[in-house]
Design a protein. Sequence first.
Length: 212
Amino acid sequence: MRIWDISEPIEPASATFPGDTPFAQEWVARMEKGASCNVSTIRMSVHVGTHTDAPLHFDLAGSDIANVPLTKYIGRCRVVDVRGEGSPSLIPAHALTPAMLRGAERILFRTRQDHDHRRWDPAFTAVGADAARALVAAGIQLVGIDTPSMDHADSKDLGGHHVLHDGGIAILENLDLRAVPAGDYELIALPLRIVNGDSSPVRAILRELPRP
């Protein structure tokens, strides 16, 4: 079955949310300098690249990433195209039609055709609270988006995050969905088991579903 890698590359040029720690790599041992193997150390925000937010990210009483239910990150999902409206740009709840959500367990939103992991766009499209409520009402288990956050860059209350969390919906951000046709797939996007982690990078992939 065909596999699509929908993860952003992680490198020093990767864009970060303003104030976050960018990716950096330091070589501790190099074979060309006589070491028996290559060993490196990395430093980065856990929100660089494709990642999942733990409830601890926006709720002091929330679970850390080491204890989130993994079942939400594996299973059937649907890639859909949707465009944001307004300023800041948010996915409108009216765009989440019954036909779009019917039978879906997980939803991945493609909000744009281009995707450059090296460019920070403060006007990115987010989910926001209204669309989040529609997703909760539809019984969605996980929502992903091809932008940095479920809420707009200047949001202070993080309403989209809170509504999704209260509804039991897991979060994926910074997906690269350029090459994936809209439709249904199997998603695999497991977080690292980081104790006290507020987020974790994931290697997110889609697999073709078996043919009937």
